[in-house]
Ligand binder design. Structure first.
Ligand SMILES: Nc1nc2c(ncn2[C@@H]2O[C@H](COP(=O)(O)OP(=O)(O)OP(=O)(O)O)[C@@H](O)[C@H]2O)c(=O)[nH]1
Ligand SMILES: [Zn+2]
Length: 290
């Protein structure tokens, strides 16, 4: 048997990357009944046959995304334009929590560097994200500048892209994976094309790794968690842990809160704290629904 990674399922067949080639595979009878259970990214064992190979075994998944379905995702490129459109930092903070909560490494790709005219406040924001430990690259999908920072992080990993409409996800994917040719352009044109038609995800080989051709994390809900877990997603709050008056402080309305003091002193970015408070309300509301 040969170990491989499922790239896509199509027309009743499955395509598996193993030993540097793609194998067309059919399913063993016992798998056939639950055939939608296979996701690109699944680690499988195949048995070469005379015409096609067969999938004999599927390993349990480390994680999986739904819509699009991808298994064993290592990394998400969070694609945000530096300008045009202005970056939605609330969405960025939300995506960071979703990605990290799913056990996936985020890598921030800031596009449209060619259109960027450095403004001090905006520069400070990106530097703050870098200081928080988030890996970040600035690129231009137009000139290709900065792409050499992105390519090496793909090696040996399964990567999905995420980010708002118009940020340059399709453009970036096309540059990284020549030949893939996703449609780029303005939203209205794409809407006409019908963005809600079900598409099968496919993983493409790229720089020694695999990249999904469909962006992930379109759902906006935060992962289910207890309210006291949320601060763990904000590394800037770590140094203040245990320094609030109340042990159970949620850094919201409580008095003598070390986090709020840090915000007032400018040691924690105010917009990040605002997002924290907004997300906290969502987490509490979701808790009540269980
Ligand atoms: N100048 C410049 N334009 C870019 C860059 N990246 C993307 N664009 C343009 O921005 C527009 C949107 O890019 P897309 O790649 O379609 O964005 P997307 O994230 O795939 O958008 P959706 O498919 O709607 O989610 C297109 O007109 C691109 O040509 C860049 O780095 N610089
Ligand atoms: Zn507090």
């Amino acid at each position: 048997m040969i170990e491989g990674i499922l790239l896509k399922g199509y027309g009743g067949f499955y395509y598996v990357l193993a030993e540097d080639r793609v194998w067309e595979c059919s399913l063993r009878g016992r798998f056939r009944v639950r055939d939608q259970d296979f996701f690109p990214g699944d680690r499988v064992a195949i048995l070469p046959g005379r015409k096609v190979a067969t999938i004999e075994k599927v390993e349990s998944r480390r994680n999986s995304l739904v819509r699009p379905s991808v298994a064993n995702v290592d990394q998400a490129l969070l694609v945000f334009a530096m300008v045009s459109p202005q970056p939605d930092l609330n969405l960025l903070d939300r995506l960071l929590i979703q990605v990290i909560g799913a056990g996936i490494k985020p890598f921030l790709v800031l596009t449209k560097f060619d259109l960027w005219r450095p403004a001090r406040e905006e520069e400070a924001v990106w530097q703050a994200y870098a200081r928080l430990g988030y890996l970040l690259a600035r690129v231009s999908n137009k000139t290709g500048e900065g792409l050499d920072r992105v390519r090496p992080v793909l090696r040996g990993r399964i990567t999905v892209l995420a980010g708002p409409s118009g940020a340059g996800k399709s453009s970036l994917t096309n540059l990284l994976v020549p030949g893939m040719e996703l449609k780029t352009g303005d939203v209205s044109r794409k809407l006409k094309r019908g963005r809600h038609t079900t598409r099968h995800v496919e993983l493409f080989e790229c720089e020694g790794g695999l990249v999904a051709d469909t962006p992930g994390f379109s759902a906006l809900d935060l992962p289910a968690m207890k309210r006291e877990e949320l601060a763990g997603f904000f590394p800037e709050m770590d140094p203040y842990r245990g320094l609030c008056r109340f042990k159970s402080c949620l850094h919201d309305r409580e008095p003598e809160c070390a986090v709020k003091r840090a915000v007032a002193a400018g040691d924690i970015l105010a917009p990040r704290y605002d997002h924290y408070r907004q997300f906290l309300q969502e987490v509490i509301a979701a808790e009540r629904r269980y």
